[in-house]
Design a binder for this molecule. Structure first.
Ligand code: F6P
Length: 319
């Protein structure tokens, strides 16, 4: 392979820049030209390309967000739009692409591979919701942000006999919620994996207040499960705690990537280039049992997400 492109797609995640840097530097060191593609699949279709040198990726290792910009482009499912992208790539001599993003981005990568452009997917999202890997780039940093926020909320809720309901992101995956809950010693965790049972939550809180004499409580809930403000109001009305809701929101997507994310992104970027140099396309990179692996995107998308049952069990035992 003589020339590759790189793009980031879907929600940005801390560590994406570290992956861009690793792909660029490993490729250049092997005599492969690198082109940065702006704003995900949109830039691919529109041909917004920039030739990258070693210094194009200087000073980004420690930066959150993505230097390349990102976008969601649902229209990329359309074969005509895919054809436009292939034409842009051929016109610019780009033979292969590394796509950093979530499972939607993987599907685009798979489609392009079928059209003759070898693509490799790298999992980049704070949600940790991509099959075929134990961890995604950005999850560790987002988890640190959540833990930092909940530790602070505990200080204030314990001073006022309050119950803090803290909503974390995750896009229908409970990993951010359960990892935060275990890390912070929360009293209750509610995620897509646990389901939402309001009466049970209120009952537990009444028990913690009246029988255990807790002076505060923390409830971690995944986004898209219930309205955090509504739940906090019900807690105030039905338990001895005064309920307060905090929705952490997009703050979870920002910030300097943790060392773990920087290393993960660098290792995955290196692996993606190695695969392309071996003429492999349609694969995604992952980390399983701390080993960097790759597998066909089809296979990854059909695998169940790694189970976190052990963490939920541990959480219950630690209360
Ligand atoms: O996939 C990352 C994520 O932050 C999810 O956790 C969340 O559901 C979604 O993106 C929010 O999307 P947007 O930034 O488009 O509001």
């Amino acid at each position: 392979v003589r020339k590759i492109g790189i793009l980031t797609s879907g929600g940005d995640a801390p560590g994406m820049n570290a992956a861009i840097r690793a792909v660029t530097r490993v490729a250049l060191a092997n005599g492969i030209e690198v082109v940065g593609i702006r704003d995900g699949y949109r830039g691919l279709v529109e041909g917004t390309f920039e030739a990258y040198s070693k210094t194009s990726v200087s000073d980004i290792l420690d930066r959150g967000g993505t230097k390349l910009g990102s976008a969601r482009l649902p229209e990329f499912k359309d074969p005509e739009v895919q054809e436009m992208a292939v034409n842009q790539l051929k016109a610019n001599g780009i033979e292969a692409i590394v796509v950093i993003g979530g499972d939607g981005s993987y599907r685009g990568a798979q489609a392009l591979t079928k059209l003759g452009i070898n693509c490799i997917g790298i999992p980049g999202t704070i949600d940790n919701d991509i099959p075929g890997t134990d961890f995604t780039i950005g999850f560790d940093t987002a988890l640190r942000t959540c833990v930092d926020a909940v530790d602070k909320l505990r200080d204030t809720s314990s001073s006022h006999h309050r119950c803090s309901v803290v909503e974390v992101m995750g896009n229908r995956c409970g990993d951010l919620a359960v990892y935060t809950a275990v890390s912070c010693g929360a009293e209750i965790v509610v995620s897509p994996e646990t389901g939402y049972d309001e009466l049970d939550i209120l009952e537990k809180l009444r028990y913690l207040d009246t029988a255990v004499h807790k002076n505060h409580a923390i409830v971690i809930i995944s986004e898209k499960i219930t309205d955090a403000d509504g739940l906090a109001r019900k807690i105030s009305q039905n338990t001895g705690f005064s309920g307060r809701a905090t929705v952490l929101g997009h703050i979870q997507r920002g910030g300097s990537p943790s060392p773990t994310d920087r290393i993960l992104a660098s290792r995955m970027g290196e692996k993606a280039v190695d695969l392309l140099m071996n003429d492999i396309g349609g694969h995604c990179v992952g980390i399983i049992d701390n080993k960097i692996i790759s597998m066909p995107i089809d296979e990854a998308l059909n695998r169940p997400k790694a189970s976190r049952k052990h963490l939920y069990r541990l959480f219950d035992r630690l209360i």
